[in-house]
Design a binder for this molecule. Structure first.
Ligand SMILES: [Zn+2]
Length: 310
């Protein structure tokens, strides 16, 4: 039995490595835990019991009542170079599913199987859901982050002398193709394609304002973006005279919460609101990321809520 099994494997190997033969399509190999997902035509790994005395069939009763663990895609930068990124993400208490180096190569590294949790998001929240490691795929992009400093002063003002580093086009192309593949396979909602800073405002600033979210949406339809004509309409409605009133501040907090951010509706421009607004600006208004509302930030928020949350 064992001997014939190995002979069989050898034959398959010889056939598949012979260039003159057409490629062999493996329909199902149960013991080797490889199947073809019928909806995507891609190979996926399967984790299941392997019993000594009984056979487990994977083909006869596939339940309709199931869905994917993965609902979010979260992007990061490592703030380290290639070799240190690999070292930290493989040898310490943090990890990601994928690591995209900045070495000009075609390589992308899979560090954690997609069916397992990687430890990339930490304390995190989006639209009522906590601890997003349970329900996300994490992609770390090698980028040095920023130079300079960012401080919140005693009087609540911010000193920000940061300069964020660009993402090279080749690296962006790699991120785009990988994101598209993941979003398609798990049918991830556009509003659930997020920056680490979106799900941990204030605590995290990656992948930062230089990450080309607009380009990702316009070129590849990755993630969420607002319609410009909606923004233009709202721009003319910004209530300059009311902008520090409790009711206006609460309405902004309510819109940020409605879109997905974790925020308390305090009715004041407090540090937590500033942090959330800054995360929002990193993603959707990268020309200005001081965490202070202006007509443009407000109009973009209203346009996004209109498009995706109403
Ligand atoms: Zn991160």
């Amino acid at each position: 039995m064992k001997f014939s099994y190995y002979i069989g494997l050898l034959v398959v190997f010889i056939i598949s490595s012979c260039a003159s033969q057409p490629p062999k399509v493996i329909k199902q190999v149960v013991r080797d835990t490889v199947i073809i997902n019928q909806t995507t035509d891609r190979y996926e790994s399967v984790r299941m019991a392997k019993l000594d005395n009984f056979h487990i069939s994977t083909s006869k009763y596939p339940a309709k009542g199931q869905d994917d663990r993965v609902r979010f895609l979260i992007l990061h930068y490592t703030a380290l170079n290639d070799s240190l990124s690999m070292k930290v993400l493989t040898q310490q208490e943090v990890s990601s599913h994928y690591l995209i180096p900045n070495d000009g190569s075609d390589s992308i590294y899979l560090l954690v199987d997609e069916s397992k949790r990687s430890w990339h998001a930490g304390a995190s929240f989006w639209k009522g859901i906590n601890n997003l490691n349970f329900s996300s795929i994490g992609i770390e992009i090698v980028n040095q982050g920023y130079t300079g400093t960012f401080n919140t002063n005693a009087d609540g003002t911010i000193t920000d002398t940061r300069y964020f580093y660009d993402f090279p086009q080749k690296q962006v192309d790699k991120v785009a193709e990988l994101c598209k593949d993941i979003i398609t396979r798990y049918k991830i909602d556009p509003v659930n394609v997020l920056a680490h800073s979106d799900v941990a405002p204030g605590r995290k600033h990656d992948p930062g304002p230089k990450f080309p979210w607009k380009y990702m949406y316009e070129k590849h339809r990755i993630g969420a973006w607002y319609e410009d004509f909606h923004k233009q309409t709202y721009l003319g409605q910004f209530p300059y005279a009311e902008k520090d009133s409790m009711s206006f501040i609460q309405s902004v907090q309510a819109d940020l919460e409605k879109y997905g951010y974790e925020i308390q509706k305090t009715g004041i421009w407090d540090p937590q609101t500033q942090k959330v607004l800054q995360a929002f600006q990193y993603h959707f208004r990268p020309e200005k990321y001081d965490g202070i509302i202006d007509a443009e930030t407000w109009a973009i928020l209203k346009a996004l809520v209109l498009k995706y949350r109403s």
